[in-house]
Ligand binder design. Structure first.
Ligand code: FES
Length: 125
């Protein structure tokens, strides 16, 4: 089961300097998200079970600067995985960070992989 989830994604794996182990897979709800802290960053990590994929992005919604995206609603727009902020429903691509229904700035996304039942995030520095 977990082996099926052992996949990772990143735009350019060559840019990843290190992977940080953040939590056991059970710390994340099926088809939902949870927030982890990395240095002074809050990062929303999503266990997108319906797609058998994992994603991560900044927890800060750029609309009203709320730390909330880990509580967002995940879904798909065509092939694009997305998260909708629960406050005012601004949506962002979980692949590119692009704001899909407005002109807000892009949000940061992070590569995710699962190995040995643990979730890792990739960082460039
Ligand atoms: S605070 Fe996120 S959409 Fe308004």
């Amino acid at each position: 089961m977990i082996a099926e989830l052992e996949k990772y994604r990143t735009a350019d794996p060559a840019n990843i300097k290190y992977w940080e182990k953040v939590a056991h897979v059970d710390a994340f709800p099926e088809d939902g998200g949870a927030c982890i802290k990395h240095k002074d960053l809050q990062i929303a990590v999503f266990r997108f079970s319906r797609r058998n994929e994992w994603y991560a992005c900044q927890n800060l919604c750029p609309h009203k600067m709320q730390m909330i995206l880990s509580r967002g609603i995940i879904g798909s727009e065509g092939e694009e995985p997305k998260v909708a902020c629960p406050f005012h429903k601004q949506t962002f691509s979980l692949k590119t960070g692009k704001n899909l229904n407005g002109d807000l700035c892009d949000i940061a996304t992070y590569p995710v992989k699962v190995e040995g039942d643990y979730v890792y995030l990739g960082f460039e520095e």
